[in-house]
Design a protein around this ligand. Structure first.
Ligand code: ATP
Length: 602
C-alpha cells in the first residue's frame, strides 16, 4: 500500500497524469489512424480552409497576439507573475504551486503525447513558421488553458458571489478558446488538435486542483485553509459552547478528534453563561489569537459571537445546536455535528452582512443580528413560546404561541427606508432581515441575500380571513411580488409588502414587543436598523468538501402542504428562534464599502 509522501504523490499526481497521457495519446492515434479519412475527422479541415480563405489583416494581427500570448516565453512569464501575485495575496505556497505545477504538468503531458502521436499540420498556407509535423495536440491552447484556467480556479476559490465567479470563469476560459481558434485560423492546428488540448489541460487542471488545493491534498494538513501554513504553526480554533445546548462529553470529544485529525491544535474551549451569553468569551478567544471561532449553540449564541467577530476577519463556524438554527439553514450549513466541524476546518470563508439595532438609550450599545429583527406579532410569539414545549417539539411550539396573538390589535407603524418619505401602515408585524427563509417551507423575505449589502423588510398586515389566506399563500409560495402598478392608497391595504434599504426606521404609536434573531429584547416604540455590509466571515461548505446531502440544513425542509390557511397556518415568523444578549457596537462599514464578494482561503 502506498502510504508514504512519495506514494501519495504517485497516486494523486503521477498516475492520473500518466492516465491523461494515455487517453490523450490514444485519442490522437484514433484520429490519425483508425479514423483517418472518416467523418468527422475527414470534415474538420473544412473549418481550417474556411478560415484560410477569409483571412484579413485585422484577424491576422489578432490571432498573432493570441499566439504570442500563449507561446512558451509568454506562458512562462505569465505563470511566474501570476504565481508571485498569488503568493503575495494568499501568503501560502499552495496557490503558486498549483499554478506552476499545472502549467509544468501540462507541458509534460504535451511533450509525452507528441512523442507518440505524429500528425501533419493542415494542408493550408500557415501564418507561422512551423515544421510541417507535430500538429497533435495544440500546445498553445493547452498552455493557455493551464494558465488561464488555473487563474480561473484560484479566482473562483476566492470569489463566490455568483455573478463574480461566472464572470471570471468565463473571461479566463475565453482566452484559451480564442487561442484555440487562432491556431486553427493561422493554419497551425486541426480542430481536433485544439479539442485534444482542452481535454488534456482540463484533466491536468482537475488533477492538480485535487492534489494541491483540495483539503485532501497530497500533503494533507489543515484542510482548505492553506493560509495557515504561512504562519508556520498549526491553526487553532475556539469552541464557544452554550452548555445548555451542547452538554455531552462525547460530542466534545468528537469535536476534539475531528479537529486533531484535520491537523488543528487542540481547541480553546469556552462556555457561555447567563451573564455572558457569547460576546465576552468570543472577545477572549480573539485575544488568544485563534484562527476560527466555532459556535455550538442556538441563534442567540451565534448572534452574540457574530457581534464580537464583526469586522475582525476571524471566521465564525456554526455547530447548530438550537431550535431554529436560522443562520445555518439559510446558509446551507450542515446540522449534523461531525459534518459541521468538518466544514469548520475544511470549508471556505464567505463574507455576509450583519444587521445592527441602534440602542434605545444614547449611551447604549448597538446590537447585531445575523438573520432577522422584528417588532409586533413575531416578537410577541417568541416571547410567549412555552420553553417546555419548545424543548419537546422544537419550532412548532412557536405556532402555538402565535395562535394566542392572532387577534391582537394591529400596530400603527411609521416606516422610513433610507432617506425615503415616511410610510404609514397598520400592521401586525414588521420584520427586517438579512436572510429570508424560515422553517416549514416559508420564505418570509424571498429577496433577502445575506451578502447583498441590503436589508429586506416585510410589513405583514393581513386583515380578516381573506387577508390571512392571501398572506399565507404569499409566504408559502415563496414569491416576492412588488406592486409598482398599485396606487399607494390601495397598496397600504395589501397583506404583505416588501421593501429594501440600507437603513430602516420603524416607529410604532405604542410600545410593542421586539425581537432579534428570535430573542425577545423587550418592548419599545422604535426599531432602528442599519446594515453592516460584509462584516462577518462565516465558514461555509466548500463545494469540493463532501457534506452528506442529508446532513445539510435545508431552508425548506417541510412539505408545503402542511401549512394551513388561517390561524393554524400562522406559523409565520415562528422559528426566528434564538438566544439572547447584546453585541458590542462597532464602526459601520457603510455605503457598501465592505467587500461584496465572498472570500475564501485558498
Ligand atoms: N451557561 C448557561 N447556563 C444557562 N443558560 C445559558 C448559559 N449560557 C447561555 N445561556 C442562555 O442561553 C440562551 C441562548 O441560547 P441559544 O442561543 O444557544 O439557543 P436558543 O436561542 O435557545 O436557540 P433556540 O431558541 O433556537 O433553541 C440565552 O438566553 C442565554 O442566557
Amino acid at each position: 500500500m502506498l502510504t508514504t509522501e512519495a506514494g501519495r504523490f504517485l497516486r494523486r499526481i503521477a498516475l492520473p497524469l500518466a492516465a491523461t497521457v494515455l487517453v490523450v495519446a490514444g485519442l490522437g492515434l484514433l484520429v490519425t489512424r483508425a479514423l483517418d479519412g472518416v467523418w468527422p475527422v475527414s470534415a474538420e479541415d473544412g473549418l481550417v480552409r474556411t478560415f484560410a480563405d477569409h483571412r484579413s489583416d485585422l484577424w491576422d494581427a489578432v490571432s498573432r497576439v493570441l499566439s504570442v500570448a500563449s507561446g512558451a516565453p509568454a506562458v512562462i512569464a505569465g505563470t511566474l507573475i501570476a504565481a508571485g501575485l498569488a503568493l503575495a495575496a494568499y501568503r501560502s505556497w499552495r496557490a503558486p504551486l498549483f499554478l506552476v505545477g499545472t502549467v509544468a504538468a501540462q507541458t509534460l503531458v504535451y511533450l509525452l503525447v507528441r512523442m507518440w502521436v505524429d500528425r501533419d499540420r493542415p494542408a493550408v498556407p500557415r501564418l507561422d513558421d512551423l515544421p510541417g509535423d507535430g500538429s497533435y495536440y495544440s500546445g498553445h491552447t493547452g498552455a493557455a488553458l493551464a494558465l488561464y484556467g488555473g487563474i480561473a480556479v484560484l479566482l473562483s476559490r476566492q470569489l463566490t458571489g455568483r455573478v463574480g465567479v461566472w464572470v471570471w470563469r468565463v473571461l479566463c476560459l475565453l482566452v484559451p478558446l480564442a487561442v484555440g481558434l487562432s491556431r486553427i485560423y493561422r493554419g497551425d492546428n486541426h480542430p481536433s488538435d485544439v479539442l485534444a488540448a482542452f481535454v488534456s489541460a482540463a484533466a491536468v487542471l482537475a488533477i492538480m486542483d485535487a492534489a494541491v488545493l483540495s483539503p485532501k491534498s497530497v500533503w494533507g494538513g489543515p484542510g482548505g485553509n492553506p493560509r495557515h501554513y504561512a504562519h508556520g504553526r498549526m491553526p487553532r480554533a475556539a469552541l464557544v459552547v452554550n452548555p445548555i445546548k451542547l452538554d455531552s462529553a462525547d460530542d466534545r470529544a468528537r469535536i476534539d478528534r475531528i479537529m486533531s485529525e484535520a491537523g488543528w491544535a487542540p481547541p480553546l474551549w469556552l462556555e457561555t453563561t447567563v451573564e455572558d451569553p457569547g460576546a465576552g468569551v468570543t472577545r477572549k478567544a480573539l485575544a488568544e489569537g485563534v484562527d476560527l471561532v466555532v459556535v455550538a449553540g442556538g441563534d442567540g449564541t451565534v448572534r452574540e459571537c457574530a457581534g464580537a467577530l464583526a469586522g475582525t476577519g476571524v471566521p465564525l463556524a456554526v455547530v447548530p445546536s438550537g431550535t431554529g438554527n436560522l443562520l445555518a439553514r439559510n446558509l446551507g450549513l450542515p446540522i449534523d455535528l461531525a459534518d459541521a466541524v468538518h466544514v469548520a476546518v475544511h470549508g471556505r470563508d464567505r463574507h455576509i452582512d450583519l444587521g445592527g439595532i441602534a440602542p434605545d438609550e444614547p449611551d447604549g450599545e448597538w446590537r447585531y443580528f445575523t438573520a432577522m429583527a422584528g417588532i409586533g406579532l413575531d416578537a410577541a410569539m417568541v416571547a410567549d413560546a412555552p420553553d417546555a414545549l419548545k424543548k419537546k417539539v422544537g419550532w412548532p411550539a412557536y405556532a402555538v404561541s402565535a395562535g394566542r396573538h392572532l387577534r391582537d390589535a394591529r400596530m400603527r407603524v411609521t416606516l422610513r427606508i433610507d432617506d425615503g418619505p415616511p410610510i404609514k401602515r397598520r400592521a401586525r408585524m414588521v420584520l427586517v432581515g438579512n436572510v429570508g427563509a424560515l422553517q416549514a417551507g416559508m420564505q418570509l423575505l424571498p429577496g433577502a441575500e445575506p451578502d447583498d449589502g441590503l436589508l429586506d423588510v416585510v410589513v405583514f398586515a393581513p386583515y380578516g380571513m381573506t387577508g390571512w389566506a392571501h398572506a399565507t399563500v404569499r409566504v408559502i409560495g415563496r414569491r416576492r411580488r412588488d406592486v409598482p402598478d398599485v396606487p399607494p392608497r390601495q397598496r397600504r391595504w395589501r397583506p404583505i409588502e416588501h421593501f429594501t434599504g440600507r437603513s430602516v426606521e420603524v416607529e410604532t404609536a405604542r410600545p410593542e414587543p421586539r425581537e432579534l434573531d428570535g430573542d425577545p429584547i423587550g418592548p419599545g416604540t422604535r426599531l432602528s436598523v442599519r446594515v453592516r455590509p460584509g462584516a462577518l466571515v462565516v465558514r461555509v461548505p466548500d463545494g469540493r468538501v463532501a457534506v452528506r446531502p442529508e446532513a445539510r440544513a435545508e431552508p425548506f425542509p417541510v412539505a408545503l402542504d402542511v401549512v394551513e390557511v388561517g390561524p393554524a397556518g400562522l406559523a409565520l415568523p415562528a422559528e426566528a428562534a434564538a438566544g439572547g444578549g447584546t453585541a458590542e457596537a462597532g464602526p459601520w462599514a457603510d455605503g457598501g464599502s465592505a467587500p461584496r464578494h465572498d472570500h475564501k482561503n485558498i
